[in-house]
Design a protein around this ligand. Structure first.
Ligand code: IVH
Length: 672
C-alpha cells in the first residue's frame, strides 16, 4: 500500500476503533463482536508497523504499555487536590445541608454522587490531547503516572473538542478484576491485595506499564478545573460536558433539591452497593451551582461546599473452627479459615482465604478466635481482625504445617515467595488439579471431564498423568459413579476429539510454569510444533514478542526434564496432535477476506468440507458463525437438502451461496 493510501486507512481505522472502544469502555455499551474489533486493531497495527512514522501518541495501539519507567517524577498541582470532609450519620449530613443553606440564604440544589473507592487522579489535556496524568500525592505535589494512565481504556487520549483543560476523577479496579487478580496472585505464590483500592494503587505505580495495562483499571471523572472557562454554571452541567468530551462519567449521579431526595439517594445506593461492579464507600454531596461553591470556598484541606457520607462497614463477628490447607495446581498450599456461617452483604459466608502463612501469622489468627469478617471489594470474604478480648484463655499460636496435607512431603518456600509449596511432582492433590486443568475449557477442552470425575478416575487408579487419559477404555469409565453407556461414550468421544486440538491448548494444559493461554498461543505460532519448541533455546524464546526471559527459562527447564520427555513421547504414541493448526501470527494479521465481519449460517449437507472445519475457517477469516437465521444474518451457505433455514433466508432476502461457491471464495481468500 502506498503511503498516502495508508495514511487514509490508518485514520479511518483509528476513528472506527476509537468509537468502538468508547462505546465499550466509556459508555459500557459494546457495539461490535470482539473478533471484529481485533481484526481492525490488527490491521492498524500492521499498517503502523509498515509506516512507523505514522504512529501518533493518540493512536489506540499506544495503550498497550511497554515503557519501562525508572521512577515517577513529581508534579505540582496548579490547584491543590482537596480531600472531602466526612460524616457517618444521616443526622450529621442533615446538619451539614441545613447549615449550608443557612449560610448562603438559599436552598440550592445538590449533586448527589457515588463515592468511588479508588484513587484520585488528575488529567491534563492540551488542545484535546492527553498530555499528563498525576496522582493526588499530598494534595499539592503528586506523581507523574501519565504512561500508566495511558493504558486505561476509559481515559480518552483525545477529546471530542480541542479544549485545554484539567479534569479530576477516581481511578479504580472493578470488583471482578480484583477478584481475578488476587486469585492469580495467590496461585502464583504472590502476596494478595487487601482491597480493590490497594490493587488499583499498586497497578498504577508499576514501572513496567505493560503490567498496568493488564490490570483492567477503569475510572470515573467528576471534576472540571476552572469550569467558568467553558461556560459551565453547575456540577450537573460539568458532568454533562465531561461526558460530551468523551470522559467516563458515573451514571448514578443525581440532582436533589430537598433533604428528602438526598436521603432517598443514600438509601437507594446503600442497598444497591453490593450489586454495583465497583466498590463505593459512601456518597458525595456537592452544592450544585458553582456560584454557591465559590461563595463558600475551601478550608486548607477540604471544600466547604461538599461532604462525604460514609456507609457503615458491613462486618460480622464469627468464630474460626478450623484452618484447612489445600494444594493447588501449581503446588501452592493455601490456608482457608472455616467459620460459623454468617450473613454478609447478601450471602451466607463460612470460609475465607488466609492466602499464605505470612498473612496468617501477621493477623495472628488462631483456632476458636472470634474474628471480624467483611467482604473485600464487596465479594471476597476476608477476616479484618481478631477480637482479642474474646480470645479463649488457653489459646495457642497456630502452627503452620511443615508437610503437605495430601502427600506428607516437606513443604518449601521457593525463592522469595510468601507461598508455601508442595514440590512433590507425584503429590496426588497436585496431580488431580493438573489433570483437571488439562481438561479445562481453555486448555484441552474435554467436555464432561470436570474436577469430580478427575478425582474419581485418579482415586480409582485409572489415571495418574495426562497421557493416561488417552488410554482410558469404555470399561474403565463404567467403573465411575453413575456412569452408563451414554455418559461413557460421550466422555470417550470428548477425549478423542481433544487429540485433534492445535498445540496451544496442549501447551497451556500442561501447566508449564508462567505459561498462560496467551503465551502458549505465541509459542505455538512461533515454533509450529512441540518438537521444535522443546529444542528451542531460552534466547530464541525470549525474543518472541511479549514473552520475556522468565517464561523462556521456564519453558526450557520444563522440556529438559526427563519425565516431560517421556510424557510427550506417550502423548505422541497416543496420537495426540503435536502441531500448531491455526494461522501464524503474520498470516493472522494479513487475514482479510470476503467474509470479514459477516454473520454467517451454515445449513444442509456439505460434501467437500466438514461443517466444523468450515466454521473454523470462517471464524479465522473474521466471520461470526451462528446457528439460526435471523435479520442479523448476512450470508447463508447452503449445502444440499437444506430445509427451513434456507426458506427463512429466502424470505428475509438474505444472500445465499452454495457449497461450490463457498469453496471457490475460500480458495480465493487463501491465495490473496
Ligand atoms: S469530589 C474538591 N467526588 O474521595 C473535590 N470525590 O475522601 C473533592 N471520591 O479525594 C473530590 N468519589 O478521591 C469527589 N464523586 C466523587 C468522588 C470523590 C470518590 C474520592 C476522591 C477524594 C476522596 C475524599
Amino acid at each position: 500500500m502506498e503511503r498516502s493510501q495508508a495514511e487514509n486507512k490508518i485514520a479511518q481505522l483509528r476513528a472506527q476503533l476509537d468509537e468502538w472502544s468508547h462505546q465499550y469502555y466509556v459508555l459500557d455499551a459494546p457495539s461490535v463482536q470482539d473478533y471484529q474489533y481485533d481484526q481492525a486493531y490488527q490491521e492498524l497495527l500492521a499498517l503502523e508497523k509498515q509506516f512507523p512514522d505514522l504512529i501518533s501518541p493518540t493512536s489506540i495501539t499506544q495503550r498497550v504499555g511497554g515503557q519501562i519507567l525508572t521512577g515517577f517524577s513529581k508534579v505540582q498541582h496548579q490547584i491543590p487536590m482537596l480531600s472531602l470532609g466526612d460524616v457517618f450519620s444521616k443526622e450529621e449530613l442533615g446538619d451539614f445541608v441545613q447549615k449550608l443553606w443557612e449560610n448562603t440564604k438559599q436552598t440550592c440544589a445538590y449533586s448527589c454522587e457515588l463515592k468511588i473507592d479508588g484513587l484520585a487522579i488528575s488529567l491534563r489535556y492540551e488542545n484535546g490531547v492527553f498530555v499528563q496524568g498525576a496522582t493526588r500525592g499530598d494534595g499539592s505535589i503528586g506523581e507523574d503516572i501519565t504512561e500508566n494512565l495511558r493504558t486505561i481504556k476509559a481515559i480518552p487520549l483525545q477529546l471530542s473538542e480541542p479544549v485545554t483543560v484539567e479534569v479530576r476523577g477516581e481511578c479504580y479496579m472493578p470488583k471482578e478484576a480484583f477478584a481475578k487478580l488476587n486469585e492469580q496472585r495467590e496461585q502464583k505464590g504472590e502476596a494478595v491485595f487487601a482491597n480493590p483500592r490497594n490493587a488499583a494503587a499498586g497497578s498504577l505505580r508499576q514501572l513496567d506499564t505493560k503490567e498496568t495495562a493488564k490490570r483492567q483499571l477503569s475510572c470515573f471523572i467528576y471534576y472540571v478545573m476552572e469550569p467558568q472557562k467553558y461556560g459551565l454554571m453547575s456540577q450537573t452541567q460539568a458532568l454533562a460536558k465531561l461526558k460530551e468530551w468523551g470522559f467516563r462519567v458515573n451514571k448514578q449521579a443525581q440532582q436533589a433539591t430537598s433533604l428528602e431526595q438526598i436521603m432517598e439517594y443514600i438509601d437507594l445506593y446503600h442497598e444497591k452497593r453490593s450489586s454495583l461492579p465497583y466498590e463505593i464507600d459512601g456518597i458525595v454531596l456537592k452544592a450544585d451551582p458553582f456560584s454557591v461553591q465559590q461563595e463558600l470556598g475551601n478550608t486548607v484541606k477540604v471544600p466547604r461546599w461538599a461532604i462525604a457520607y460514609k456507609f457503615p462497614p458491613d462486618e460480622q463477628e464469627t468464630i474460626v473452627r478450623q484452618i484447612e490447607w489445600t494444594v493447588g495446581r501449581t503446588g501452592v498450599v493455601t490456608p482457608t479459615a472455616v467459620m460459623d456461617p454468617v450473613l454478609l452483604a447478601g450471602t451466607t459466608v463460612s470460609r475465607a482465604s488466609l492466602h499464605n502463612p505470612d498473612y496468617l501469622k501477621q493477623k495472628d489468627i488462631r483456632l476458636l478466635d472470634t474474628v471480624k469478617l467483611h467482604k473485600a471489594g464487596d465479594i471476597i470474604p476476608e477476616i479484618s481482625m481478631v477480637v482479642l478480648e474474646k480470645r479463649p484463655k488457653d489459646s495457642q499460636e497456630y502452627q503452620i504445617p511443615t508437610t503437605c496435607p495430601q502427600c506428607q512431603a516437606k513443604l518449601v518456600h521457593l525463592d522469595e515467595e510468601v507461598a508455601l509449596r508442595c514440590i512433590n511432582p507425584k503429590c496426588p492433590a497436585l496431580l488431580k488439579e493438573s489433570l483437571a486443568h488439562f481438561a479445562s475449557r481453555n486448555a484441552m477442552n474435554i467436555a464432561g471431564l470436570g474436577q469430580k470425575i478427575v478425582e474419581q478416575l485418579f482415586d480409582k487408579h485409572l489415571i495418574v498423568d495426562v497421557a493416561d487419559l488417552y488410554r482410558l477404555t469404555y470399561e474403565d469409565l463404567l467403573k465411575l459413579d453413575k456412569f452408563k453407556e451414554k455418559s461413557a461414550t460421550n466422555l470417550l468421544t470428548a477425549i478423542d476429539a481433544s487429540r485433534h486440538n492445535s498445540i496451544e491448548r496442549l501447551l497451556f494444559g500442561l501447566g508449564i510454569r508462567h505459561v498462560g493461554a496467551k503465551a502458549a498461543k505465541l509459542l505455538a505460532q512461533h515454533f509450529g510444533d512441540v518438537e521444535s519448541l522443546s529444542q528451542a533455546t531460552s534466547e530464541e524464546i525470549a525474543q518472541i514478542d511479549s514473552l520475556g526471559q522468565v517464561i523462556a527459562d521456564s519453558v526450557v527447564a520444563y522440556f529438559a526434564n526427563q519425565q516431560v520427555k517421556e510424557l510427550i513421547a506417550e502423548l505422541k504414541a497416543a496420537n495426540v496432535n503435536l502441531k500448531y493448526l491455526g494461522l501464524s501470527q503474520e498470516q493472522q494479521q494479513n487475514v482479510t477476506s470476503a467474509f470479514s465481519g459477516l454473520t454467517v449460517v451454515l445449513t444442509g449437507t456439505l460434501d467437500q468440507i466438514k461443517r466444523a472445519d468450515a466454521k473454523k475457517w470462517l471464524e479465522e477469516h473474521g466471520a461470526k458463525v451462528t446457528g439460526s437465521v435471523s435479520k442479523k444474518t448476512d450470508l447463508l451457505i447452503a449445502g444440499h437438502d437444506a430445509g427451513s433455514k434456507l426458506t427463512k433466508a429466502t424470505d428475509l432476502g438474505i444472500k445465499i451461496i452454495d457449497e461450490a461457491t463457498f469453496i471457490k471464495q475460500m480458495e480465493e481468500s487463501q491465495s490473496e
